[in-house]
Write a protein that binds this ligand. Structure first.
Ligand code: GUN
Ligand code: FE
Length: 452
């Protein structure tokens, strides 16, 4: 084995990850060798002397403590960084009223770069602390402030897709752009992100949703995305009134998905938020393009948008991952998103035919990790601990009685098995169970350090 003390780290302890949709793979004691940010070796069943498995190179050992295990970093496929100050606010309104009353007025404040800087620093710090190693962020229409967000993501070491929002119609009369400026500033934003020179941070073309963009703008954005093979993110079929309004704005299109399809916005690098009311026909088109859906169950519950049927999306071969959708969602943690996905699916089963099977905890764990990676077409580099991938990982701590100072919400007795500890994390855990967060092998958040 090659490598120096600085760039070769070996984790020694329990490991869990998802290698397929309906099963969590667990190893009671594994070794994970990380060199220059990449996983170069995994020993699944360690017996005897560790050195026998590692050979004679120089490396730094990290032995996990009792109650700890390694888990892949979480992927948040859909969140709005500027909306964090409104987290938990206005949840008693439906989507379109909530946008007008709470969201547009807050987003307008990001014309002030200083305000953006303050908020965005805290956003990235808190999502990292929650174990989100990869985040897809919506910004606002303001290019310079959204560049500040991309800079914060880069500085703090998160893997991030960051988008300057485009909207040129149907806003509140003030929070809106001219088509030409929208395109020019999007190009400038892409340039700003490329100047970060950080492969972990990428721009994403971000039309807010169909209603807020003219067909001209949507098509221009589609062309731009194709020209640089850029990621695309937007919303689709979140709320019944939104679907109706979309029909009125685009009477020539047969359905919502087709508005994006004719604009060239459905690609294998597109993430669509929500997708609750998509017909089978729309889902099939989306699947044929390799486009993914971000399931945001917390947001869908509070705004009373509806229940997204993940099983139906899967049966139509649509890729799915999880989103927190702050501030329509009220909690920025993907652990909460897993739990909410389980809860809404179980509730749905009470009102569905007998053969409707609610999601299982291995399935939501898949959505939070490998499913998110597949949605982004990044399954070759993230999502689990296969050799050759980047080390995006969480050191989970479920022990409590030996570390009373940490006050973890979920704790285990020493006789709980590893899979039982995973259950406890999913059903009752939160940020306090996340001791350390790594992106590409770099420690980016821990109980003892705070991100700068
Ligand atoms: N649709 C258009 N804009 C938004 C937004 O900011 N949040 C959510 N949840 N849906 C939207
Ligand atoms: Fe959203």
């Amino acid at each position: 084995m090659t490598g120096t003390l600085e760039n070769c780290l070996v984790f020694d302890g329990p490991l869990v990850h998802s290698c397929s949709r309906n099963q969590i793979t667990t190893h009671e004691r594994a070794l994970v060798v990380v060199e220059n940010g990449k996983i170069t070796k995994v020993v699944e069943n360690v017996t005897g002397d560790v050195k026998e498995h590692l050979g004679s190179g120089k490396y730094q050992m990290k032995k996990l403590e009792k109650g700890q295990f390694l888990c892949p970093g979480f992927v948040d496929l859909h969140t709005h960084a500027p909306q964090f100050p409104n987290q938990g606010l206005g949840m008693d309104m439906p989507l379109l009223d909530w946008l007008q009353t709470y969201t547009f007025p807050l987003e307008m404040k990001y014309e002030d770069e200083g305000f953006a800087e303050k908020v965005y620093k805290n956003v990235v710090k808190s999502t990292l602390k929650s174990g989100t190693t990869t985040a897809c962020y919506f910004g606002t229409i303001h290019r310079k402030s959204t560049t500040r967000l991309a800079q914060a993501v880069s500085r703090m070491g998160q893997r991030g897709l960051v988008g300057k929002v485009n909207m040129n119609q149907n806003s509140n009369g003030k929070y809106v752009e001219k088509t030409e400026d929208s395109m020019k500033e999007t190009l400038n934003f892409i340039q700003d992100v490329s100047e970060l020179n950080n492969p972990l941070v990428e721009p994403v073309i971000t039309p807010r949703f169909a209603i807020s963009c003219s067909m001209d703008l949507l098509k221009e954005l589609g062309k731009l995305a194709a020209s640089g093979n850029y990621y695309i993110q937007t919303h689709i079929s979140e709320n019944k009134a939104e679907v109706e309004f979309t029909k009125e704005v685009f009477p020539d299109q047969p359905n919502y998905a087709e508005v994006y399809n004719v604009s060239g916005l459905l690609t294998n690098k597109t993430i669509l938020g929500h997708g609750i009311y998509l017909s089978d026909e729309e889902q099939k088109v989306i699947a044929s393009k390799g486009t993914a859906v971000a399931h945001c169950p917390n947001s869908n519950t509070w705004l009373k948008s509806g229940i997204c049927d993940v099983r139906k999306l899967w049966s139509n071969n649509v890729k799915v991952g999880l989103g927190t959708d702050i501030g329509a969602g009220s909690v920025s943690s993907i652990i909460d998103a897993m739990r909410s996905a389980l809860a809404v699916s179980i509730n749905k089963s009470f009102y569905s035919s007998e053969d409707y099977k609610p999601l299982t905890y291995p399935e939501v764990f898949f959505l939070a990790t490998l499913g998110g990676a597949e949605a982004l077409n990044k399954q070759e580099s993230i999502g689990n601990f296969m050799v050759g991938k980047d080390f995006d990982a969480l050191l989970i701590d479920t022990e409590w009685q030996n570390r009373p100072d940490m006050n973890a919400p979920t704790f285990t007795m020493t006789d709980h098995s590893l899979i039982e500890r995973v259950q406890k994390l999913i059903y009752s855990g939160d940020d306090r169970n996340i001791a350390e967060v790594y992106v590409c092998g770099r420690l980016v958040s821990s109980r003892n350090i705070s991100s700068k």
